[in-house]
Design a protein around this ligand. Structure first.
Ligand SMILES: [Zn+2]
Length: 259
């Protein structure tokens, strides 16, 4: 098996949702990732992320305030975010962005907090993990106004159509697009169509665990050991071998996250 990385998962949420500790999950995994990026999206969970990354050498973290709690962002949280973004095992700023699917903070609040964190991440020279859901126009308008030159973007858990992916790939940054178990869902043809047009050197593999487990595990808690299943589907979509797909994604992870 080619080494693989889960570029986006939520270990604390896995522990709660699956009622299993990370230590026990790690013990029982047959196919273990080489590394994992744990994403902390609520300031209350930042310390957990720091601690677990200190405990396991193969764990890295990303910190940001998710659009669903954008209304909690303030100066104090920005100061805290800066501190966590400066830690040695922090590989990215995020997930940040816009989510108009769920009823949450107002669009105006989401846009302003996305822009603020985007600029903070860019200023600190960190790759950005973007959560962009059903907000294509506003996302593009914020991204197009930001000083993206030299930046690395991971558009995580892609759920859009091929047209939005094309626009994102044209931004003046190194743009990577992450695909989860969603590409195995029957009703996700638009996401498979999008994957088809993303160049192989722009793909990332991620679970977004603990939700979105690929078929045939749909409904069960997702974990990083499921990456090879997602990779198999992505390889079929791209019409390349599983080995080529996995080694390309491994290299893309290095380029985006430096791990
Ligand atoms: Zn996530």
């Amino acid at each position: 098996m080619i080494p693989f990385v889960d570029t986006h998962c939520h270990i604390d949420t896995y522990e709660k949702h699956a009622k299993e500790s990370f230590a026990s999950l790690w013990e029982r995994l047959d196919t273990k990732p080489e590394a994992m990026v744990h994403v902390a999206c609520d300031p209350e969970d930042f310390e957990y992320a720091k601690n677990i990354c200190e405990k396991y050498s193969f764990l890295y973290a990303a910190y940001g305030v998710h659009p669903s709690c954008a209304d909690t962002f303030n100066d104090e949280i920005e100061t805290k975010l800066r501190q966590y973004l400066s830690l040695p095992k922090t590989v990215a700023c995020g997930e940040i962005g816009l989510d108009y699917h769920y009823e949450g903070p107002s669009r105006e609040v989401q846009k302003s907090i996305f822009d603020r964190q985007l600029r903070l991440g860019l200023e600190m020279g960190k790759p950005l993990v973007l959560h962009l859901r059903e907000a294509d126009e506003d996302s593009l308008s914020i991204l197009r106004k930001a000083p993206l030159s030299g930046a690395k973007l991971h558009v995580h858990c892609y759920t859009g159509n091929p047209e939005f992916a094309t626009e994102l790939l044209q931004l003046p940054a190194e743009v990577f697009i992450g695909f989860t178990g969603i590409i195995t869902f029957k009703n996700a043809q638009n996401v498979r169509d999008a994957a088809k047009i993303v160049p192989i050197n722009r793909l990332l593999l991620e679970t977004d665990a603990p939700y979105l487990a690929p078929v045939p595990y749909r409904g069960k808690p997702a974990h990083s050991g499921m990456i090879p299943i997602i990779a198999e589907h992505l390889a079929a979509i791209k019409e390349i071998s599983l080995e080529s797909l996995m080694s390309a994604c491994r290299e893309n992870t290095r380029l985006c996250y430096g791990i």
